[in-house]
Design a protein around this ligand. Structure first.
Ligand code: FAD
Length: 416
């Protein structure tokens, strides 16, 4: 490998929600980290920390709490106490309640901007961590003992040598391409129109997932009496409703959602996101790991993308650092043994969540009346089947399978 300007144990490319959380988790450990992010993280154009709100599962809240981040964001996080699932035009409905699952909340809704701000403020104070932003990865070479990356900032070019590279650079991951890892893309031919609004009847911690002939429509409880709306529509419909005057848009949204929260009152600005399932052919490679949207990009119907990414981050940080005290001299977070252990741990959860999300879209995401009737009955039956409900609730709350130390409220071993 050539001359390095910087050396680190772990190179993270991409400082969005997934990459900056991993950098934060590793900061107090003996591992040194360099994070490369193409955007200026404190600017609003940072795409990962935009006006979207994320439904954080119960397990994600625990991970953020173990990382010392929850206290910083808790006052802006709205608890989800009940999820109401229904289908437009049909009687069947299902409810998942926090009380029945024995948890204070099924999850929390939090604006990405708030979480991103807390992450970057915490990283600003961290030691053992170098942040290059704005800085862009331009090339990556994988060797036997590590990787060498070329990075461009406004002033200079830098070479970074690390034992392992973590691709957290989003759905169009350059790291994935440089590693020669293929990906599969299934476009849903849909877009998610997102906005915040206020309602006549307070949400009282209720989230609504409503399956309409055009696609799923979610209303999530948000702080300050607001509701975060994710309205999935075909490309044409998304373009059309995005261009409507506020009052016309409001009446169309009201017609699609109904009056469970009374009249929709103030409507915020709208943004549309094209939706596709993008799956990387592998989530590890020699000296490399893919996390977040770089590994798998999901439809937002079940609100699972970042929750899955957080579980991956917690498990990866744990795998990188476990038994470090027993082998400090030989510690190599990029060894095949470490990477294989991480993959074995995470592959079942990753497969289950991707299948659950894709399955929901296939069953509920599109129109088709004969199916709609049985789907309505299915929802009623599901509501009456506590076993099925509890299993789904635990999976979507991020509490099934082997839990990471951070998800159990424990610090990483290397912190002890
Ligand atoms: C409408 C919508 C609603 C959603 N709702 C939910 C929800 O309720 N719950 C949930 O769990 N998930 C939800 N998701 C999914 C969630 O937003 C994603 O899982 C999450 O944003 C992924 O974060 P990431 O850090 O992996 O990727 P990104 O957010 O895409 O971040 C990638 C980062 O890498 C940087 N980057 C890119 N290329 C380079 C390069 N060459 N060099 C350096 N840096 C680079 C980018 O600037 C960016 O900061 C939703 C998604 C959408 C679209």
């Amino acid at each position: 490998m050539g001359h390095a300007n910087l050396e680190a144990d772990v190179l993270i490319v991409g400082g969005g929600l997934a990459g900056s959380t991993l950098a934060h988790a590793l900061a107090p450990t003996p591992l040194t980290t360099v994070l490369v992010e193409v955007r200026d993280p404190v600017q609003l154009e940072q795409p990962s920390f935009d006006g979207r709100a994320t439904a954080l599962a119960n397990g994600s809240q625990r991970i953020l709490a173990s990382l010392g981040l929850w206290d910083q964001v808790a006052s802006d996080a709205e608890p989800i106490r009940e999820i109401h699932i229904s289908e437009c035009g049909w009687f069947g409905a299902a409810r998942i309640r926090a009380q029945e699952e024995g948890v204070p909340a099924l999850g929390y809704t939090l604006e990405n901007r708030v979480l991103g701000g807390a992450l970057w403020r915490a990283l600003d104070r961290a030691d053992g961590f170098t942040c290059l932003a704005p800085a862009e990865l331009s090339s990556l070479v994988v060797g036997t003992d590590g990787v060498e990356a070329e990075v461009k900032t406004a002033e200079k070019r830098l070479s970074i040598v690390a034992k392992v590279v973590v691709a957290a650079d989003g759905v169009n991951s350059l790291v994935r391409r440089e590693l020669g890892i293929a990906h599969h893309e299934d476009s849903y031919q849909q877009q998610a129109v997102i906005l915040n609004c206020t309602t006549e009847i307070p949400h009282a911690g209720r989230a609504f997932e409503r399956f309409t002939p055009d696609g799923p429509l979610a209303f999530l409880p948000l702080s300050a009496g607001r509701v975060a709306v994710v309205w999935t529509l075909s490309h044409e419909e998304a373009g059309r409703v995005s261009a409507l005057e506020d009052d016309v848009f409001c009446s169309e949204l009201q017609a699609a959602f109904g009056y469970r929260l009374g009249r929709l009152t103030r409507i915020g600005s709208r943004t549309a996101y094209p939706l596709a399932r993008v799956r990387s052919a592998a989530v590890i490679g020699p000296r490399a790991v893919l996390i977040g949207s770089a590994a798998v990009n999901l439809h937002p119907v079940a609100g699972q993308g970042f929750n899955l990414a957080l579980r991956d981050v917690a498990s990866l940080a744990e795998t990188f650092t476990e038994r470090l005290d027993e082998r400090p001299a030989t510690n190599d977070p990029g060894s095949a043994d470490v990477l294989n252990r991480y993959q074995q741990w995470r592959q079942q959860d990753q497969k289950k969540v991707a299948a659950l999300t894709h399955g929901l879209i296939r069953v509920f995401g599109y129109g088709g009346l004969p199916f709609a009737a049985s789907r309505g009955l299915g929802l009623m039956a599901f509501d009456l089947l506590p076993g099925a409900k509890a299993a789904l609730a635990r999976q979507t709350m991020g509490l099934s399978g082997r839990l990471s130390r951070l998800a159990r409220g424990l610090p990483l071993e290397a912190n002890n």
